[in-house]
Design a protein around this ligand. Structure first.
Ligand code: NAP
Length: 254
């Protein structure tokens, strides 16, 4: 079991205020609660206003921000709202995501659904990072974290667009890391295994508990390097090297 982030560790890291997107469910829910428990000011973002209200009720220090990341025109204004809500913001965790389990030619998986998936998983993190970067660069230390997946490295048959969005986010993060080398901003990618959340309801076995996944992500803030793997995803780099065919088969089945 991963040690939970505590106040001493958060203070040592210099973690002041964090944005958690997709905080109303799954991994993001636990990220918000664990950060708040460690004394970090949290801006919790999501669409579900009941869940947002519950978060603020559980931890009054959590500031709830109702927003739809797929509404791309609202993103510049949203970045300003985030900055105003947390003037000391020095950690942005791009966790919100959606995954449609479909074939690309499925009826109903129309352009709107494809756009929603790409905008939420890819465009919104890029646009918010761009808008928040000047503030993040002015801090002594700051973090941008992408919540990633093994599907960034090998696609799942029924989630081609989701896999593409995660692969693109992986490369965006790698490029951003190059651009920000030597600055105070660290760009991290947390590669998740299968985690027990509403996203994976009814599929998979031996899933990691969402609170454990959140704890492992927060532990990763102090690791060296840019990409870190959590739980069973730790096998990915080895499989990519020694058995890429096996990896492709495992991932394609989801
Ligand atoms: N579960 C896994 O096995 C697994 C594995 C690898 C990677 N991941 C990644 O981990 C992250 C969290 O996933 P999860 O499993 O915790 O999923 P989840 O329980 O389904 O939660 C997804 C979160 O994203 C938010 N969200 C979705 N669309 C949004 C939008 N348009 N605007 C704002 N917020 C939006 C949802 O909030 P609202 O509904 O309130 O908007 C919800 O809080 C995702 O990036 C996912 O790709 C998960």
């Amino acid at each position: 079991m991963t040690n939970r982030l505590d106040t001493a560790a958060a203070t040592n890291l210099g973690l002041r205020a964090a944005l958690v997107t997709g905080a109303t469910s799954g991994i993001g829910w636990h990220l918000a609660l664990q950060l708040a428990d460690a004394g970090v000011r949290v801006v919790a973002l999501g669409r579900n206003r009941h869940k947002l209200a519950e978060l603020s009720r559980l931890k009054p220090c959590i500031l709830a921000l109702e927003a739809d990341l797929a509404d791309v025109n609202s993103l510049p204004g949203l970045a300003m709202r985030i900055g105003a809500a947390a003037p000391e913001l020095n950690c942005v965790i791009h966790n919100a995501g959606i995954q449609h389990n479909v074939r690309v030619d499925d009826e109903g998986y129309d352009l709107r659904a494809i756009e929603e998936e790409l905008d939420t998983n890819l465009l919104a993190p890029i646009a918010l990072t761009r808008a928040l970067l000047p503030a993040l660069q002015s801090r002594e230390r700051s973090w941008i974290v992408h919540v990633s997946s093994g599907l960034a490295y090998a696609p799942k048959r029924t989630s081609a667009v989701y896999s593409a969005s995660k692969a693109a986010l992986h490369l965006f993060g790698a490029g951003l890391r190059l651009q920000l080398r030597g600055t105070s901003v660290r760009v991290l990618e947390a590669v998740m295994p299968l985690v027990d959340t509403p996203m994976t309801l009814g599929r998979g076995r031996r899933k990691l508990a969402a609170d454990e996944a959140a704890a492992a992500l927060l532990a990763g803030l102090s690791l060296p390097g840019g990409v870190f793997h959590i739980g069973q995803a730790r096998a990915l780099p080895i499989l990519r090297r020694v058995a890429p065919g096996l990896l492709a088969r495992l991932m394609s089945a989801g």
